[in-house]
Design a binder for this molecule. Sequence first.
Ligand code: PFF
Length: 449
Amino acid sequence: MASARGEFSSRFGFVMAAAGSAVGLGNIWGFPTQAASNGGAAFLVVYLIVAFTLAYPALMAELIIGRHAHANAVTALRQLSNTAPQRLIGGTTGLIGLVVASLILSFYAIVAGWMMAFCIASLATLAGADSLALWLTDFSLERNILGMVAFMGLTVAIIARGVQDGIERWSSRLMPVLLLTLLLLVVYVLTLDGAMDGLRVYLLPDFGRALAPDLILKALGAAFFSLSLGVGTMLIYGSYLDDRQNLPLVGGLVTGVDIGIAVLAGFLVLPAMYVALHNGVEIFTAGGELISEDTLIFTVLPSLFASMGIAGVVVSLFFFFLMSIAALTSSISMLEVPVAYTVENHGVRRKQAALAIGACIGLASTLILLNFETLFGLVVAVTTRYSQPLIGFVFCIYVGWIWHRDQLLQELRKGNPEVARGLFWKIWPWWVRVVCPLIILAIFAQSLL
Ligand code: PFF
């Protein structure tokens, strides 16, 4: 059915879009570096357990609410409410989610702009334009703003085209390219000297480190960010799903792809770090810890690429291209949250909404760039560490306590008439009602301490 509010045309299109949202900088950059410094394969095991026991059920909550309401989070949570206070809390939560999604995009676009700049810098080097390449890889306000604006421009252009022509078409094109690029890079890096040392660090489990309580909570936060939960993104994607889809299955596919890509990225990033070490690049801090996060991506890997001559330029081009694509399929899902609300609840045309909201978020990014030292870390912490788990908590409460069980079953039956007999229905309803909210509260309490 080609409804007025847009719909994914196929299961493949939906899975590519939702997995595209989930697979982002968090997978290719965040997960491997965290695994490296927190017990390697043991962290991987903890992450897998957490992803399937907490993130997957929370993802299902968002998808089911969205598919049931066929509306954005504000409208959907209001619809599920039985009383006026519930309606108020639901609507407010939806609105906060929308602001949080926009704020996440405001810092994400900055980092994605750097990725694009590094990608184009490799092209410039290949073309012999060395001074341009130098400018693009140097941390300057002008470069940062230009990269951010270019990236936001791409995001707005896709979202302005709507669900099928924009989100679905571009996710379905870009996700296979991402997977292919990642596979090529993994195969290439594994052939280089030193790669096996990295593989060892990644695959040898150190359970002593991975079972530390704060680490389990870290893995929870990472899984939440990685599956784009707690801002209404998955809810709005679920709202574009047609009623014939089997929700537990598509949710499982999205979770599987997200985790699969994170694990695969570990086979690239960890070996690459040890190849860099082999080539004389420092990868440990003074304290003996493995270098991670921004230093890794923007210092260690570029020095590795530089030590590899012309092949390094090509690998660098592929690597930052991969990062840019991963970021783009995630950023469009963030922008869709406020745009869908503005279009549906305020009758604004999609193109105008995308442009105006994109411009506002671009302004917020500029503000962050102008006060980088104080604002960047703050916005990251407030949105990802505090807001995402808390809003996710409210989604679970709405599904577990406010929505009637029979209606929930009816919604699930639409795409899977036998669902009541399966394992999913035996476990998930009480899990999302009791276990998920308790664990999310634990994460929240921990991050407050
Ligand atoms: N899941 C994305 C990543 O792993 O990079 C980040 C993200 C996307 C967070 C969309 C929130 C969101 F709404």
